[in-house]
Design a protein around this ligand. Sequence first.
Ligand code: UDP
Length: 476
Amino acid sequence: METIQSHIALLPSPGMGHLIPLTEFAKRLVLHHNFLVTLILPSDGSPMSAQKSYLQSLPATITPIYLPSVSFDDLPEDTRVETRIALTISRSLPAIHDALLQLLITKPCSRPISALVVDLFGSNAFRLARDLNMSSYMFFTSTAMSFSLLVHLPKLDQTYTCEYRDLTEAVVLPGCVPLLGKDFLDAIQERKNDAYKLLLELCKEYGSADGILINSFVELEFGALKALKEEGWFKPPIYPVGPLIQTRSINEVVPESSDCLEWLNNQPTKSVLFICLGSGGTLSQEQINEMAFGLEMSEQRFLWIVRSPHQTAANAAFFTNKSVNNPLNFLPKGFLERTKEKGLVVPSWAPQIQVLSHGSTGGFVSHCGWNSVLESIVHGVPLIAWPLYAEQKMNAVLLTEDLKAALKVKADKIGLVGREQIAKLAKDLIQGDEGKDVRDKMKQLKDAAARAFEPDGSSSISLAQVAQKMSVLKTK
Ligand code: UDP
């Protein structure tokens, strides 16, 4: 006799940084809790080849539904990425409703869907779930500290009238390291901007979820998670279920980007500094020059994933993951020739998980996207925190000031990180005394992350609890 499987729908908003953790969560549910999962995928019409490759590698128990793309013809050129992401979801709500309705029709071997899981941009879909008698959950893809900031945002909005970056005193969120307003996530830095208003509205919905899953773990963010669970005023139960990272690389299906793994095979143990700024991070031309000269001066081995410089925004490649021009053309003259014994430069994209798990990798210059941070922790690779956009400055504060698992770059008045500093940090992290504590701390975090997913580990227990709750069909 076939068992009846639980069936839920996940709604990731655009961006690999949202898709990957939600899908990894789906894989866990399928593998360990006998679920069927449908991924409902809204689109703004951008080419998403990395996304498609990733989805092609999924097991048959996870089915994608691609929604028709929404139009942004009415938006001004300078519309923020966060506004575009939020609008992709809100403009897709009728299509999401139709998809959910279809999924409610019982299939022979599965129950009708019992729950909808969204990410931080999807909370306005909770009402669709409620109307269709499903429970609604949020999978928060970043830190408990960032989640705490967002749930406190309506209160902060009432308390302060100035821009948060102008606050003279640090804000102390319960259980968290003090935060300066200038380090708050980008999307809330301009209160008149639509991105702020949209996010504020979305945050107000968070409290109506049946549960909040956070891609973090108790041993990593003990204080923030404890405070969220115990504070009393925030009703939904909190489930720390991380670190959920890619178990199968996007690049297994993009073999041409794997040359760097062969190069790594020929380098000494823990000797290589890996530089990769996420799926959308870009540097200015001046910063590319400083990075190049800094790496050269450091005399360390390096693997640098380079993108063409941006003119306007550090997240210029967010929707495409691609550089428009050949990025190698933007390196200083003679750099590749002079450093060919020590370094490898790869345009645009690398198999990051395999690089981080490779024995030759000894450090990681990261933009502190939370997936990259978790991937580094799982593989015990110490970090240089180089935050660029979104909530990355907050992640860098957590890593450097609370966890002490990363060295941090310090930009000058015009926002440039100089070559001398880059050279020093690279040396310190890979082999210097100054980097020893950070290297040791990363080893401890790696062990703690592994323990969280042992059968009786904190995240395994949380996952089992929430899976059980999600599988229950609501009664009318
Ligand atoms: N990634 C990758 N190769 C690259 C750049 C990024 O495989 O060259 C993956 C990385 O492993 C991570 C994700 O893309 O899983 C990026 O997510 P993150 O949260 O770090 O940053 P975001 O791209 O959302 O800013």
